[in-house]
Ligand binder design. Structure first.
Ligand code: KG4
Ligand code: ZN
Length: 349
């Protein structure tokens, strides 16, 4: 079965063709980073307009690269939410229009489910059940994943997401957008032990078993530190390194505790912050000490992309709503809505 994946939830237009037996056939991505850079962040209206410009040429490109024709496609999977409403509308309307024309199902995918399942695209994928650490720009969650659509929330951030804290701190240090990778790069030149920053909610976790996160206090601590010290370039690198280490400490401690609590030995890390090399280094080491294995998506599939959406579509077409849409043309409707806010734990198989 051949699935076309369309991702337009934020600042990346991602398109992919995934074959349920042959795997990923082709994928293409256009990032809007250069366009938003001068504004210091994503401008939603510009994002929507750019998705409109890119989506069809990228679909053509992917078809060409895979040597496939639209007629060969059996279903279209698209990101229905969460994300920017206008941006989501582009992928959602193109997906439904194409699917209507081709007489095939269009399946709305939860963006975070795409991230969650993205390590399954790797050559050595994890097996269900596993613990997933989801660390994207807007979300920091630990989930117990028993199968497609079987997600139990173990803990999540009560305020800022780790990615958001990284982005805001990067901005504070004058690093611009996108902040996470720039902060990580600067941190590589700094000394992590130079500044003492809080490790929120670790102590509490050991007392109560609570797996929630909180990063806004840490973010404020850095703000106060920068105001007080007014660091020079070398000092800023030390701040970046100390901050990254604090975030990584919390993510590692909570992930390991989630493995212990669930008795599982596989950890999947998904979402943009999962591209962070220091996080990977520390998680790998800590997990190995406990006899656990950590799985990551390929670097290119850590941040937003169409491949994870096509994959999630392929897996969803085997279960629940997906399976009945595929089998039963009468059940298909091409009326569509987007879900800018959408809780992953409401998803069922
Ligand atoms: O998953 P993603 O691409 O988009 C969302 O769905 O939100 O995640 C974006 C987040 C941003 O906060 C970005 O700064 C962060 O991932 N990020 C990183 C790195 N690459 C991306 N954070 C730390 N280190 C990186 N190398
Ligand atoms: Zn994402």
């Amino acid at each position: 079965m051949l699935i076309l994946g369309i991702e337009t939830s934020c600042d990346e237009t991602g398109i992919a063709l995934f074959h349920s037996e042959r795997g990923l056939l082709a994928h293409a991505l256009h990032t809007q980073i250069a366009m938003h850079q001068e504004y210091g962040g994503v401008v939603p209206e510009l994002a929507s307009r750019d998705h409109i410009r890119r989506v069809l040429p990228l679909i053509r490109q992917v078809m060409r690269e895979a040597g496939a024709r639209l007629d060969d496609v059996d279903a279209i999977a698209y990101t229905q939410g969460p994300g920017l409403a206008g941006a989501l509308l582009v992928g959602t309307s193109v997906a439904n229009a194409l699917a209507f024309t081709l007489g095939i199902p269009a399946l709305g995918i939860h963006h975070l489910e795409g991230h969650l399942l993205s390590p399954l695209l790797a050559s050595n994928p994890p097996k269900f059940p596993f613990v997933a650490l989801l660390v994207s720009g807007g979300h920091t969650q630990l989930m117990r994943v028993a199968g497609v659509g079987e997600y139990e929330l173990l803990g999540e951030t009560v305020d800022d997401a780790a990615g958001e804290a990284l982005d805001k701190t990067a901005q504070l240090l004058g690093l611009g957008y996108p902040g996470g990778p720039a902060l990580a790069q600067l941190a590589g030149q700094g000394r992590a032990g130079q500044y003492k920053l809080p490790r929120p909610m670790i102590e509490q976790m050991h007392k109560t078993g609570n797996l929630d996160f909180s990063f806004s206090g840490l973010k404020t601590a850095v703000l106060l530190l920068v105001r007080k010290e007014a660091p020079d370039a070398a000092g800023k690198a030390d701040v970046a390194a100390s901050f990254q280490e604090a975030i990584v400490d919390v993510l590692v401690a909570k992930s390991l505790y989630a493995l212990e609590q669930t008795g599982l030995d596989q950890l999947v890390v998904a979402g943009g912050v999962g591209a962070n090399r220091r996080l990977r280094e520390r998680l790998d080491r800590a997990a190995a000490e406990e006899g656990c294995t950590v799985f990551y998506p390929e670097f290119e599939f850590c941040t937003d992309n169409g491949a994870m959406i096509a994959l999630a579509g392929a897996l969803r077409l085997d279960v629940g709503v997906g399976a009945s849409l595929l089998a039963n043309a009468a059940e298909r409707s091409y009326a569509f809505t987007v879900k800018p806010r959408w809780d992953l734990s409401t998803l069922v198989s």
